[in-house]
Ligand binder design. Structure first.
Ligand code: MN
Ligand code: MN
Length: 296
């Protein structure tokens, strides 16, 4: 494990996240927000570990701007900015929820407080079920409910979801946190009117390579080589192909690759009762006493 790369990626991710938190996004398009954050990551010497996610309101996760996405942020929008930075494949994954209308502060506070509480109970050897219990209790005490089918995850080099789930509720089946591994913890919370789980929506605008298997079509093979070279097996957006391919062409080729299962697409995840969702996220490495939060 390259601790220094994790630390450096985390520092960039946290600076970029804090700049996004401070900014007034009203009137900006999702395209502008994604592109400016991704540009900032690169200017600071990192690479994007995945397209910046800008999921709005009842969309909990997995929305990134379409090429030229003209959706504009309104005062009442609850905007989750989830960003990833990688250095040599070592990833920092962090998120902040922004709303310019104080009416939704309670949701943001519940997510932030649950994350903070979770961070305070973890050290090497802590059981993941205890972290889930801490998050669930905190969120409920604050008058909200956790999203049960979204969770944090272990991280590996060039792999965002490396197999272990860091739960947001008390759950059976548990692992102990290792000091040799990095993890992301990410409470998602909704209102008491929510059902507390997400379902898949129809929009899919984040993709990743599944295999480098040849397709027998020189055009799609060229795209597979490009994706592998630029993004490895990490997620990418159509936006990222558009400087090289014309938008319609990029769409057609990616669709072909999804059909042939060379590329996977990620559906947006929507609160099942259409209630608003807030999220907070940090990446951390457990220690014998406490943890190192790389994205603090
Ligand atoms: Mn994230
Ligand atoms: Mn994550």
């Amino acid at each position: 494990m390259q601790i220094q790369d994790y630390i450096n990626a985390g520092r960039i991710a946290s600076e970029v996240r804090e700049n996004a938190r401070k900014k007034n996004h009203i009137g900006s398009t999702l395209f502008e927000i994604c592109e400016s954050i991704e540009k900032e990551i690169i200017q600071k010497g990192g690479k994007c570990a995945f397209p910046v996610n800008t999921s709005l309101n009842e969309v909990a996760a997995h929305y990134t701007a379409e090429p030229n996405d003209q959706k504009v942020i309104k005062e009442t929008d609850l905007l989750k900015i989830d960003l990833g930075v990688q250095i040599n494949g070592y990833i920092a994954d962090t998120a902040v929820t922004i709303c310019h209308d104080p009416k939704f502060d309670f949701l943001i506070q519940a997510a932030e407080t649950a994350l903070k509480e979770a961070m305070s109970v973890i050290k090497a050897g802590t059981k993941s079920s205890d972290v889930g219990k801490t998050i669930e209790n905190t969120v409920k005490q604050m008058g909200c409910i956790p999203i049960v089918n979204l969770s944090g995850h272990s991280l590996e080099r060039y792999t965002i979801h490396a197999g272990k789930s860091v739960p947001n509720i008390w759950s059976i089946g548990s692992f102990s946190f290792l000091p040799t591994e990095a993890y992301a913890c990410e409470p998602f919370v909704t209102t008491r009117e929510g059902l507390g789980f997400v379902r898949e929506g129809n929009t899919r605008n984040i993709f990743s390579l599944v295999t480098r298997k040849r397709t027998k079509d020189p055009e799609t093979d060229k795209l597979v080589d490009y994706i592998w070279e630029k993004f490895n097996m990490l997620p990418f957006a159509l936006r990222w192909l558009v400087p090289t391919w014309e938008e319609k062409k990029a769409r057609d080729l990616v669709e072909k690759l999804v059909k042939s299962k060379v590329v996977r697409s990620y559906p947006v995840l929507i609160e099942a009762n259409g209630e608003r969702v807030a999220q907070a996220e940090h990446t951390f490495i457990p220690q014998e006493k406490g943890i190192t939060i790389t994205t603090i």
